[in-house]
Design a protein around this ligand. Sequence first.
Ligand code: 6GU
Length: 241
Amino acid sequence: MNYHVMTLFPDMITNAMSESITGRALKAGYLALEAVNIRDFADNKHNRVDDYPYGGGAGMVMQAEPVYRCYEDIMTRIREQGGSAAAKVIYLTPQGKVFDQQMAKEYAKEEDLIFLCGHYEGIDERALENIVTDYVSIGDYVLTGGELPAMVVIDTVSRLVPGVLNNEESAETESFSDGLLEYPQYTRPADYNGKAVPEVLLSGHHANIEKWRHEKSLERTRKFRPDLYEAYIKEHPEESR
Ligand code: 6GU
């Protein structure tokens, strides 16, 4: 998977992605990441990429031309490396479709993903019309820019890319893979300040442990995410109680 991020803050992206599991996968070559500074494509000697909004109003708007030239620069490299001329361009915006695990699964099939991070009051609509294929939000709240949302999408997609997780970290039994929240986990000591680990987990009886974990998943999902619980029960009516 090759990620290309258009941003005014490239260090924010490369620094965060170089840590932990994504950092390991970048080093091992399962992932590649370039953060391209939109400011490098400014057409004036002050490297300004924003201007006042037509029609007035608060804040500044990112200009179309530097964004478009940055995109062309990235597409040239993708073509040189034999990538798809139809690479998706994901614009991070609170106006977008709310990101979920299903969207991550679809993105993980792509060879290249291009992210466009806005700042100020937004980006000139004409640049968006020309290049953006997907408008994506990460939830109903407002952030200062698209960098954190881009990293949320990249992190989520990355753990679905083959090779990124090892067997122990494997994606399979975790929250949302079957539409339920994860069951509680425990490690040593067996007694922590008078709080004991549930007996069944010490029993070595694997069928009982699986049953207990599934019950805990159901219980939690019903309590904290009734929306997910209802959807799960629709698919598995025999588990209703
Ligand atoms: Cl994608 N961008 C910004 N600026 N704020 C957000 C968001 C995106 N998703 C939720 N809030």
